[in-house]
Design a protein around this ligand. Structure first.
Ligand code: PGA
Length: 242
């Protein structure tokens, strides 16, 4: 693991965007794995600025996202499909048919998860997969568990995740209870991985993931076994590693 500690969220976002831009320039027809959540928002802003300044071309790129809520239509403003359009896709020259996410409106979980895994496999998996990290060390929606889930699968969201997400919905009953997510195996097949973390509430997760034992109780700890992982975190997220 290559760990790069920067001052704050802004610096992390700038460095992450430069890292991704470098991949796009070197492999313009590559496959970029994307993430949602508050962590990558600044990174996407920087990428949009680079595109607007004429420094980046997304026209030959393909993207695959980590996960999606089950039970939300793509038009729902809390779907990850909506998030990606709002934060990146609608602002750059990606081809409309070149971005893939699991389809949360599909009820048949097994068939949708198999179809998504097949799609990502048919693209040769991500050349670079961007990840955020949960406070409990989750990546995508792979929560702490007894085993590492291999392929794309349907997960039951934990009570704490549902509770944390209720602020985005009219009531707690409207919060999706399940999600489709790439498995740990799908993520590990990416050729390179870039993981971002900002803020003291991620410090425990960064310490355990980068320096603790590799265990499905801390899903991101598996990244210690990947040959090409870069961590960009700010000082607060790195504070327990000193
Ligand atoms: P966050 O979520 O970026 O909103 O902190 C990260 C994650 O849960 O993967």
């Amino acid at each position: 693991m290559d760990i790069c500690v920067v001052k704050d969220y802004e610096e992390m976002s700038k460095k992450a965007a430069d890292f991704i831009a470098d991949m796009i320039v070197k492999k313009p027809d590559g496959v970029l794995g994307l993430a949602t959540g508050s962590t990558p928002v600044g990174t996407y802003k920087n990428l949009v600025s680079m595109y607007e300044a004429g420094k980046l071309d997304f026209s030959r790129l393909t993207t695959v996202n980590l996960d999606e809520y089950k039970g939300l239509k793509r038009s729902h403003d809390q779907s990850y499909y909506f998030f990606m359009h709002d934060n990146l896709f609608d602002h750059v020259n990606l081809r409309p048919d070149a971005s893939f996410l699991p389809d949360g409106s599909k009820d048949d979980a097994e068939s949708e998860c198999k179809a998504y895994e097949r799609k990502v496999a048919s693209l040769g998996y991500a050349d670079l997969q961007l990840l955020g990290i949960g406070r409990n060390g989750h990546i995508g929606f792979n929560e702490p568990a007894d085993d590492f889930a291999v392929a794309t699968h349907c997960v039951n969201l934990t009570e704490s995740t549902i509770d944390a997400n209720k602020r985005f919905f009219a009531s707690i009953d409207d919060v999706p209870k399940q999600a489709y997510t790439m498995g740990i195996g799908t993520i590990m097949k990416a050729k390179r991985i870039l993981i971002l973390a900002s803020g003291a509430d991620k410090a425990e997760a960064i310490k355990n993931s980068c320096f603790g034992p590799v265990t499905p109780k801390v899903p991101a700890s598996i990244l210690q076994f990947h040959p090409d992982v870069t961590v960009i975190c700010d000082e607060a997220a790195y504070s327990l590693c000193k």
